[in-house]
Design a protein around this ligand. Structure first.
Ligand SMILES: CC(C)(COP(=O)(O)OP(=O)(O)OC[C@H]1O[C@@H](n2cnc3c(N)ncnc32)[C@H](O)[C@@H]1OP(=O)(O)O)[C@@H](O)C(=O)NCCC(=O)NCCS
Length: 215
């Protein structure tokens, strides 16, 4: 049987399509393999150069036309928030699924939207609410009752204190610390290492300790 023939939707042997064959895609594929939730995992990308050659053992690449024709579970494995949102809109008939690394700590009293990725060592504490297609990356902490709008990315080792509220498409850089209760509006980028100790209510890029607007 060819790979294409085996990519039919069948509850007995579920297929996961990862869209995004870059570095983040490999991280998500690694976690997805560990979960053993899917019998087949394939990966595709808008860039044809990323649809050939070896990817990760146990994950086959497929070309974009085949990927678009499938009606299987899809995870958009792209780190950039706007690109992830755009690609999610290109799979309207597919079921967006989340991938949770087995070594992530996700409270049974947290909520996770469709299509999220939670990496190894990440923590979602009690009452955390994470919107659609967010990334909570390696070792990041989303403390109690914090809220993330859709398509946010919390980079490795960033910490969101309790009751922090992020809008949509917020990029929280590596190692950022957002103090408890702060509000961050849509489309904000927070540079690596920043400390946010006041609300960020204008879209833009913020860096430093304390975080100040760069542009
Ligand atoms: C904040 C950020 C988005 C700015 O990127 P940029 O728009 O390309 O900015 P530049 O690199 O041109 O830097 C512009 C200025 O900001 C400063 N700057 C950039 N990033 C900074 C940071 N994280 N903290 C403090 N200052 C920073 C630069 O030193 C430069 O200052 P100068 O004009 O006095 O020389 C980027 O540097 C950053 O921190 N991205 C987050 C990366 C990350 O955590 N990725 C995780 C992937 S999983």
């Amino acid at each position: 049987m060819t790979l294409t023939h085996s990519l039919r939707s069948d509850p007995a042997s579920p297929v996961l399509l990862l869209f995004g064959a870059g570095g983040h895609g490999r991280v998500v594929a690694d976690a997805a393999l560990l979960t053993k939730s899917w019998s087949t995992i394939v990966v595709s990308d808008r860039d044809p150069a990323r649809c050939v050659g070896p990817f990760l053992q146990g994950v086959d690449r497929i070309d974009l036309a085949i990927a678009r024709s499938l009606t299987v579970s899809v995870h958009i494995a792209i780190g950039d928030n706007a690109a992830r949102e755009w690609e999610a809109s290109c799979f309207p008939t597919c079921h967006l699924v989340s991938v949770l690394h087995p070594f992530a700590s996700v409270s049974q009293f947290s909520q996770l939207g469709a299509g999220c990725f939670v990496a190894a060592g990440a923590v979602l504490a009690t009452g955390a609410q994470v919107g659609m297609a967010c990334i909570v990356n390696h070792g990041a902490v989303v403390d109690h009752d914090a809220q993330l709008g859709a398509f946010c990315h919390v980079a490795p080792l960033a910490t969101l204190g309790g009751e922090v509220i992020l809008g949509q498409r917020v990029m929280v850089g590596a190692g950022v610390n957002i103090l408890p209760g702060m509000r961050v509006t849509d489309d904000v980028v927070i540079g690596a290492g920043a400390v946010v100790r006041s609300d960020l209510l204008e879209p833009g890029t913020y860096v430093g300790v304390p975080a100040r607007r760069l542009k």
